[in-house]
Design a protein around this ligand. Structure first.
Ligand SMILES: C[S@@+](CC[C@H](N)C(=O)[O-])C[C@H]1O[C@@H](n2cnc3c(N)ncnc32)[C@H](O)[C@@H]1O
Length: 240
């Protein structure tokens, strides 16, 4: 299963209307997602007009896409009022791949997520220490002389998953797991008892920031609740 298939499964299963993608780049995922209303957020959008036109011919609903050439933080600040009225159904988080920003993005999405909505996150199970090296972007990682770096990079978003899992031990208000495919697809669903006020104490903390790759690699089942890629289909079947 790849990210597009996981996102589309969530959209189809929950009959989602509003899709938000954080980190869009050239649109090769965003424009292929089928949903009635789509928001694209990226401070450096690289989608060509030709690809936009092609996507409209493919699915006319792409005509109504909204493009926000800003950071995710600026988007949530700017769209606050609108998001309170028109909640997010499914979001794909694939923007700034740092622990801190990934956690903030998840917190912001959960704040405006419909109760039966869900989140997909990219790059949550880096396959090597070099892939999981903390940096601000792939381009940044390329300048860092990282031992064993071969061009592939995920960042340390996995720490946000681990923090969420530990946070959730207190509340048991989210289902959180990572599919072992496409560099780790993080999946987050609020449960019935979830309320936004629970998020008040969810903030980046240095104990998570400083976790080592070795800690992740020693036991991915425990650290990020790693599941087989078929787990999502089973989970969705059993989800009411
Ligand atoms: C890996 S790419 C996204 C790829 C895309 N989702 C896909 O699957 O094809 C990451 C993108 O995140 C964007 N980005 C970086 N910082 C961001 C931020 N603070 N808010 C939103 N997007 C950000 C970058 O400009 C880059 O285009």
């Amino acid at each position: 299963m790849n990210r597009l298939e996981a996102i589309q499964l969530l959209i189809n299963h929950t009959k989602a209307k509003n899709y938000l993608e954080i980190g869009v780049f050239n649109g090769s995922n965003f424009l292929e997602v089928h949903a009635p209303i789509k928001h694209a957020v990226d401070p450096v959008l690289k989608i060509t007009s030709r690809y936009k036109l092609h996507s409209i011919l493919h699915d006319t609903r792409n005509l109504f896409n909204k493009y926000f050439n800003i950071t995710s933080d600026a988007y949530f600040e700017q769209q606050k009022k609108k998001l309170e009225q028109k909640k997010i159904d499914v979001s794909f988080i694939d923007g700034l791949h740092t622990y801190e920003q990934t956690l903030i993005d998840v917190k912001n999405v959960l704040t405006y997520l419909n109760p039966n909505g869900g989140i997909v996150m990219h790059d949550c199970s880096p396959p090597s220490k070099a892939h999981g090296w903390p940096a601000n972007s792939k381009e940044h990682a390329e300048t860092m002389n990282i031992p064993g770096f071969t061009g592939g990079w995920c960042g340390d978003s996995w720490k946000a998953i681990h923090h969420l899992i530990e946070w959730n031990n207190e509340f048991n208000a989210l289902d959180i797991f990572v599919l072992n495919c496409d560099y780790g697809l993080g999946i987050v669903f609020p449960k019935k008892n979830f309320s936004v006020s629970m998020l008040n104490n969810l903030k980046p903390e240095s104990i998570y920031e400083t976790l080592s790759y070795e800690f992740l690699d020693a036991n991915r089942q425990l650290v990020i609740n790693l599941k087989n890629e078929n787990y999502l289909t089973e989970y969705m079947k059993n989800k009411n």
